[in-house]
Design a protein around this ligand. Structure first.
Ligand code: PLP
Length: 399
């Protein structure tokens, strides 16, 4: 507890872990401040696209401000935006999702928060894959429930399986919170694996929540199908942050069964009033054919970068047990590489790479106990030139 605070800090605030990747970022910034930025720091720790919103989206935001479209919207979001997202599901995934089931939120973060608040309460637990997105456990805990981390295997693409759901289900389990494609692994579930999990959860009266924030960024036809195809009882979380390159605009959405819309609307009204009006008007332009073409061009670039970056890693002692099929992450076992540098564990390895090659990466301990010691996450959300330069530096260091 901070000693200079004249009143009590909540236990929740005290027990919330920092993002360890931010510690690496801080150390990177300190290195640059003390030694200058030559050679430039290569930031492979950042989990956001290096692209900004395309021109039509920017213009739509400017027009919304100029025309005074800045009042609150409905708590569930602009009806026109809910309709465009519904159309996107039909056009891209061939899945009918009624606009009434789509709730616009302040990013996937608010969508996760709302889903957990609406569905969980003290005494409940939820199964989460380990490794996984670190904030999920916080959303579960803020709702008063318990996050149960289930270690997932490379053989299962680092995804939870129906057998694990059966094995770990307890009397207090309310459901699962999955991600496909996932952070930090960049790996997805097949439609069959997802269906099997959903069947197991459904049979136990639980809820299947799937974070599909990276759904648009899929590079392998074997994956990339939305879990919403499995039925109207799926809760899907999505966002304009990643595929639509709008991280700082704070806009996302949640798809829920029809009967959940009204309770979540009440939560939205009370907790958020509405998501950013300007961002919502801007996001309408994401679905213009010109913007969609640009997003597809960028998606292809992300796919190429992943392939380019992943191929030479094994020779450097960085084993990638499952090739990423989505998102922009590479989850690599760094034991051999750490040994080559004479350091131990992913934390020391991340700092060795930072200090000796000026490359910032995310250490495994951000993403749960399982990969904490032996894994690191590289993000390829940076230019091809930067990635090639990072590889050259790593080759020089790791051989
Ligand atoms: C798996 C996952 N879910 C949710 C989020 C939060 O995204 P948003 O910017 O939409 O709140 C992130 C951000 O990195 C993420 O990786």
């Amino acid at each position: 507890m901070p000693s200079d605070l004249p009143f009590r800090l909540s236990e929740r605030a005290q027990r919330t872990h920092p993002f360890y990747a931010m510690e690496v970022s801080k150390a990177a910034a300190q290195l640059v401040a003390s030694q200058g930025d030559a050679p430039p720091m290569r930031q492979l720790n950042i989990g956001e696209p290096d692209f900004t919103a395309p021109p039509l989206v920017q213009e739509a935001a400017i027009a919304a401000i100029a025309q005074g479209h800045t009042q609150y919207t409905q708590a569930l979001g602009l009806p026109a935006l809910r309709e465009r997202i519904s159309q996107w599901y039909a056009d891209r995934f061939g899945v009918a999702v009624a606009p009434e089931r789509i709730i616009i939120t302040a990013g996937a973060s608010a969508a996760l928060h709302l889903a957990c608040l609406a569905l969980l309460q003290p005494g409940d637990s939820v199964l989460l894959p380990d490794p996984g997105y670190p904030c999920n456990q916080q959303f579960v805990q803020v709702a008063g429930a318990r996050a149960v981390h289930v270690p997932v295997e490379a053989a299962d693409r680092f995804q939870l399986t129906a057998a694990q759901v059966q094995a770990h289900w307890q009397a207090d389990t309310r459901g699962v919170l999955l991600a496909s494609p996932a952070n930090p692994t960049g790996t997805s579930m097949t439609a069959e694996a997802m269906a099997a999990i959903h069947a197991a959860v459904r049979a136990r009266g639980g809820v299947t929540m799937v974070d599909e924030i990276y759904l648009g960024l899929s590079y392998d036809r074997a994956f990339g199908q939305t879990a919403l195809a499995l039925g109207e009882d799926i809760v899907s979380i999505n966002s304009f942050s990643k595929y639509f390159n709008m991280t700082g605009w704070r806009l996302g959405w949640l798809v829920v069964p029809e009967a959940l819309v009204a309770p979540i609307e009440r939560l939205c009204q009370n907790l958020f009033i509405c998501p950013s009006t300007i961002a919502q008007h801007a996001a309408l332009a994401c679905f213009h054919p010109e913007s969609l073409a640009e997003y597809e061009r960028r998606r292809a670039l992300f796919g190429e970068r992943l392939a380019l970056f992943t191929a030479p890693l094994a020779a450097m002692g960085l084993q990638v047990p499952v090739q990423p099929d989505g998102a922009f992450y590479v989850w690599a076992d760094c034991r051999d590489a750490a040994h080559r540098l004479g350091v131990q564990g992913s934390w020391e390895f991340a700092f060795a790479l930072l200090e000796r090659a000026r490359i910032a990466i995310a250490p495994g301990k951000d993403f749960g106990p399982q990969g904490a010691q032996n894994f690191v996450r590289f993000s390829v959300a940076t230019s091809r030139d930067n990635l090639e330069d990072a590889l050259t530096r790593m080759q020089a260091l790791l051989g």
